[in-house]
Design a protein around this ligand. Structure first.
Ligand code: MRU
Length: 367
């Protein structure tokens, strides 16, 4: 997608053919800074500290992390160490484990002399595959927006609500939830996006708003608690969110607060769609609410806020009383019964076991 007219991806192989470039998402929207990752440890650190984030991008970064590791030690022990270092970087997004399994399957049968080149090639394929998958999601999700647009008076936009950042920054390009939105925008359909700020890290306000703005897509940032009110007043045509892991039964894990939006959508007959690339499906988990691990993060994300002061400095301030305990669950699980449909690269699916298994039989066979 575009930043001030120039096309960017969130991650790329640098011209030196070794190191990996990535947009430092901790600095947005205030500063556009590119980071250079040169080792497996730096890749793991980038995931852990959320320099990169978003399930598909976490997966792609881990794949490049293995390639960086192979430069230093391409032995079986080196491959094993890279896997173990990266797999624990964040717990909820299953794309991390998926990408590492893909890398291990490709590299394990090879000799140590072949592994480095093969690792870069497979990491690059995983990144390209993510872009292609998201373009599929864009094509399959577009009719949902077109359907609303067809019932609109000329000039009236289709209002889509999204939560967190499931945009191009969270993937390699296009995003998942944003992919149909970008395609609709490209096709000249008037779309307007309600962007949940997404406390505590504000990925909506900081990242989704930034990328939509730079690509020229009309949007409005709303405090997290606003969605229900907008839905009651007919101001949301459909919700589209991303996900970090979908269980085999269709339960959807995504950024904390997604469940509340799904409840409000259900109560107001607003279609609630989840956009996902197939690597986000975890067929090993039968019940998302019971079994998906939920990341708990540092209290400082809740107690403190960082922003730009009037004189241009970045400053962090405390916004809660000293001594009050804090809980910071990163994700929640929306039960399948609240999900209207899963927008995948193979079509819009019902959120249930049979539909997921029928659409991705090769994944079932691999389990
Ligand atoms: O904690 P984050 O910023 O990594 O959480 C991101 C999300 O919850 C996204 O909605 C999800 O990863 C899907 S990204 C296409």
């Amino acid at each position: 997608m575009k930043v001030d007219g120039r096309h960017y991806r969130s991650i790329w192989l640098e011209p030196d053919g070794r190191s990996v470039g990535a947009i430092d998402q901790r600095r947005l929207p205030h500063e556009f800074v590119v980071a250079k990752l040169t080792s497996c440890e730096e890749a793991a650190d980038a995931i852990r500290t959320m320099l990169v984030r978003g399930a598909p991008l976490i997966g792609a970064t881990a794949a490049f992390g293995v390639a960086l590791a192979m430069r230093e030690d391409a032995s079986d022990a080196g491959l094993d160490r890279a896997y173990r270092t990266l797999v624990v970087a964040r717990p909820t997004a299953i794309n991390l484990k998926w990408a590492l399994e893909e890398m291990r399957t490709t590299l394990a049968p090879l000799s140590r002399f072949e592994r480095t080149e093969a690792a870069y090639a497979r990491a690059d394929e995983i990144a390209e595959q993510d872009v292609a998958i998201n373009q599929g999601i864009a094509r399959n999700g577009l009719p949902l927006i077109e359907g609303v647009a067809a019932r609109r008076k000329p000039g009236e936009p289709v209002n889509v609500l999204t939560h967190c950042n499931a945009g191009w920054l969270a993937t390699v390009d296009w995003g998942t939830a944003t992919a149909p939105i970008y395609l609709a925008h490209e096709r000249g359909i008037k779309v307007h996006v309600w962007v949940d700020e997404t406390r505590p890290r504000n990925q909506g306000a900081s990242l989704t708003a930034w990328e939509l703005g730079h690509h020229g897509v009309p949007h409005t940032i709303i405090p997290d608690n606003t969605g229900g009110h907008l839905m009651q007043h007919g101001m949301v045509d459909l919700a589209i969110v991303g996900t970090d892991r979908v269980a085999a039964n269709g339960d959807v894990c995504n950024k904390i607060g997604t469940y509340l939006k799904a409840l409000a959508a259900h109560d107001n007959d607003v279609p609630f769609y989840v956009a996902l690339p197939s690597p986000t499906i975890d067929f090993a988990i039968d019940d998302g609410i019971r079994d998906i691990p939920i990341e708990q993060r540092a209290a400082a994300e809740v107690t403190d806020m960082t922003g730009r002061t009037a004189d241009g400095r970045l400053e962090t301030v405390r916004i809660v009383p000293e001594g009050s305990p804090v809980a910071n669950y990163g994700f929640d699980v929306t039960p399948a019964r609240l999900v209207t449909g899963l927008i995948t690269e193979r079509g819009v699916l019902k959120p249930d076991r049979a539909s997921l298994a029928a659409a991705f039989p090769e994944r079932i066979a691999a389990e």
